[in-house]
Design a protein around this ligand. Sequence first.
Ligand code: DP6
Length: 342
Amino acid sequence: MSDIITVIAPVNIAVIKYWGKRDEDLILPLNDSVSATLDTSIMCAKTSVCARADFKEDAIWLNGKKESFDSPRLQNCLGEIKLRAAAEKSVSEDFLQRKVHVCSENNFPTAAGLASSAAGYACLVTALAKLYKVKSDVSSIARLGSGSACRSVYGGFVRWHAGINPNGTDSVATQIVDSTHWPEMHALILVVGDTKKKTSSTVGMRIATQTSELLKHRVKYCVPERTEEIIQAIRQKDFPKFAEITMKDSNQFHAVALDSYPPCVYMTDVSHFIVDLIHKYNTASGSVKVAYTFDAGPNACLYLLKDEVPKVISLIKHVFPTSKPESFITGLSSGEEVLSPA
Ligand code: DP6
């Protein structure tokens, strides 16, 4: 018998978006990004891993379906974990030679721009790190699976530093504050569609990096200032400032997607309706009470403080009386959880 390690990992939703790579193989971003890690009770990935001498091949099942282990991203994650384990001498040579089986599932619409790859790879890498008893920071290994995954390794608010080293050693995630810092902060996810996105993040970023002039401007002039400002707003629990930067950054990311050639369109009429609704709600409230942000898909993530939650849920029910978007409300998470430690 051999130990099975099971880990659950949270999704994270960026408030300063990562969009564009300086190195596609190592998944090194053009700019820093900032996100909140959401509570695992509503949306999470769950992964079990096991290495045994009698396994014939590395194998992976995603949501119950066997998938190929040949993807370079998977291979890079497993390879890097084994290299670290060898360097740290954390397991025997015999254990390193064994094949590994991975079983992963998540409980939310995949490929609909809901950060499923972030939770999935953070979970996989954390589980493998436990299996191979790797002690060093694993955010840079999760990054090799999917860039945004490196932020799901930590709870609370997290910054992914773009770094400048060509080998990516300084492109790691660090925690800004933990989940207890701003307990009133909540996220309301509005699922307006769960169809697979037309252009994957990876392809969308590639086109933007090659063709968008606006992306160059964003990386050089907008993101550095916004990143410092939003971190200060988070530390000071300044919701209106936090919300304004979050919305502006989401809008600019989608403007970059449209500035790409050919353009990438991720938001739908319903997404734009929600944007309009939130601005009207904030105006009627006399101050900024809710922020929206959209990843590479039509679904909205609203950030809001706890007091505002019942009012905003009523509003959503009121304006979408027949075709309500499915909604999930959640607080922030303290990070991944190991369900069966070795
Ligand atoms: C819009 O991390 O999915 O959600 O690194 O190519 O796997 P790859 O991309 P991915 O991109 C996420 C982009 C985003 C913004 C963000 O999460 O920062």
